[in-house]
Ligand binder design. Structure first.
Ligand code: SF4
Length: 506
């Protein structure tokens, strides 16, 4: 499909839709503000946040640098614990393995806990296509499943919906009106899911961290649903990105300090489950059979890439989304994939080899660096965004008008004389279009900007002109004051010699 054909699905078109949706913008702004404030307070309260951040970064960098070793160690230990470990190179392979397990078990229902990797693989659609019902058990995921949407935030999937819209959806599901009261709505979903927990044939989860030294997987959650999903159904499937590994339980302490604080401002997540294999004879509960599918799906593209390898350090906390001024205006769906915000703008192109189609979302950033400041493992997302923009241009998919504009800009900025001339010409030209202190026309390159704000005009005097004038004024002032300054200096020296004081005393 050419870029032209894909225009309706472009980032710009999706961002326009979001910008014109007042409900969405208000809901996203409200929750991201709350999460940002919570994270800031939790980091301050923690006390030595920067040191923990650096420690987290070092753990992730070390693991990714030795990923093959830790993956093998994890797989060997998990197998020794009785887990069936599968490696899937592509999305199609991961889906195929999941479906084969579902068919072997003659499963009718698969109960899921929140998992971004299953969103990436579109596993629900694939299960449905073979007649297996996939049921989301996380409240946010349950809501967006009812709405037929994808998550618009890594941590809060239904962030774009307010309680009135959610009440409408759940009322339809319940077949009776439900009030827009969050505890009543949550109570309704809890009751409804309870039946599914007891009946589901397979439990399906993602994985926050996989511990190489014991072959265990760890899940962080707040609702308790993941614990039910991993204990009640007889078969469990865990899908995990191949980068989820950390070497040891000691490293989990660092991650458990960073992840909940960065994600929701909590000191600790409400439930943290460590699972090491299927149920043993002495265990009261747990699955009889457990499968872990380790998914590559483009992640190994980043290994060895000096610009993008660090991306594999991501712990999917969502803090960069809450900090991003672009995400806070347009929400997650504008990014066109399960991962949104700054991490989505880098991850999606990095996972895909199709430069033309996906590198466009790297433009959905102001490059302010707030994502880097927020990231608990210090991933330089802003540098990666610049790299992806360059990669797209180098591959010949740059915008021709933009390239010509940049060439003109570089030529003008290349010499002081040309810059002065260009500024003068700009001041003359803007007289034709400036109104009330701004440029408001919605044509050509100004269309996108001026649809939502007003382009500023060139100042009457440039910084250099103002600086020159200031310099002249200062010189004149100094000339006038010089005799006085000289006299003060001489007096101070005389006083110091006489033991009365020194330079600086007046
Ligand atoms: S890039 Fe950093 S801030 Fe963003 S989701 Fe990943 S770990 Fe969190």
């Amino acid at each position: 499909m050419s870029r032209q054909d894909n225009a309706a699905g472009s980032v710009k078109a999706r961002a326009d839709l979001a910008l014109n949706d007042e409900f969405l913008r208000k809901a996203v702004r409200f929750t991201t503000e709350r999460l940002r404030r919570g994270k800031k307070e939790a980091a301050e309260e923690q006390g030595s946040w920067e040191e923990w951040r650096e420690r987290g970064r070092q753990i992730r960098l070390h693991t990714i640098a030795h990923l093959d070793y830790y993956l093998n160690l994890f797989a060997d230990n998990a197998r020794a614990n009785g887990v069936h470990v599968h490696f899937a190179e592509t999305s199609a392979e991961a889906v195929k393995i999941s479906l084969e397990i579902a068919q072997q078990k003659a499963a009718k229902t698969v109960l899921k806990s929140k998992s971004m990797v299953t969103e990436e693989l579109h596993i629900n659609d694939a299960l449905q296509a073979i007649g297996v019902e996939a049921i989301e058990s996380d409240l946010g995921e349950y809501i967006i499943q009812l709405a037929g949407e994808s998550p618009s935030h890594i941590i809060i999937p239904a962030i774009h919906r307010n309680r009135f819209q959610i009440a409408e959806l759940l009322s339809e599901d319940a077949g009776m009106p439900l009030p827009p009261d969050t505890s009543i709505l949550a109570g309704y979903v809890r009751k409804k899911l309870r039946e599914h927990f007891l009946e589901a044939d397979i439990g399906m989860t993602g994985c926050n961290f996989a511990i190489a030294e014991t072959g265990s997987m760890v899940l962080f959650e707040n609702e308790g649903n993941a614990r039910m999903v991993t204990t009640l159904p007889k078969t469990q499937i865990t899908l995990m990105g191949m980068e989820r590994i950390i070497p040891s339980w000691a490293d989990l302490e660092v991650m458990a300090t960073l992840l909940p604080r960065s994600a929701t401002g909590q000191k600790l997540t409400v439930y943290m489950s460590g699972i090491t294999g299927p149920r043993r004879s002495e265990d009261a509960d747990g699955p009889d059979e457990m499968h872990i599918i380790i998914v590559d799906n483009g992640r190994s593209n980043q290994l060895g890439d000096p610009e993008l390898q660090e991306l594999l350090s991501c712990i999917r906390c969502g803090a960069c989304l809450n900090a991003c001024p672009v995400y806070r205006h347009i929400g997650g769906h504008a990014y066109g994939g399960p991962y949104s915000g700054p991490i989505g703008a880098v991850l999606k192109p990095a996972l895909q080899k199709n430069v033309a189609e996906w590198d466009d979302i790297a433009n959905a950033s102001s490059l302010c660096g707030a994502c880097y400041e927020a990231c608990p493992v210090k991933i330089p997302l802003h540098d990666m965004l610049v790299y992806l923009r360059r990669r797209k241009v180098d591959a010949g998919f740059g915008d021709k008008a933009e390239a010509a504009g940049m060439k003109g800009f570089a030529a003008a900025m290349g010499s002081a004389k040309r810059m002065k001339l260009a500024v003068k010409a700009g001041r003359l030209a803007q007289k034709l279009v400036a109104r009330d202190g701004g440029i408001r026309i919605r044509l050509g390159p100004l269309k996108g900007w001026n649809t939502y704000r007003v382009a500023p005009i060139l100042a009457k005097r440039s910084f250099r002109e103002q600086w020159r004038e200031l310099e002249h004024e200062l010189q004149a002032e100094l000339k006038e004051q010089k005799p006085d300054v000289q006299a003060r200096m001489e007096r101070a020296i005389r006083e110091r010699e006489a033991g009365k004081g020194g330079i600086g005393h007046d």
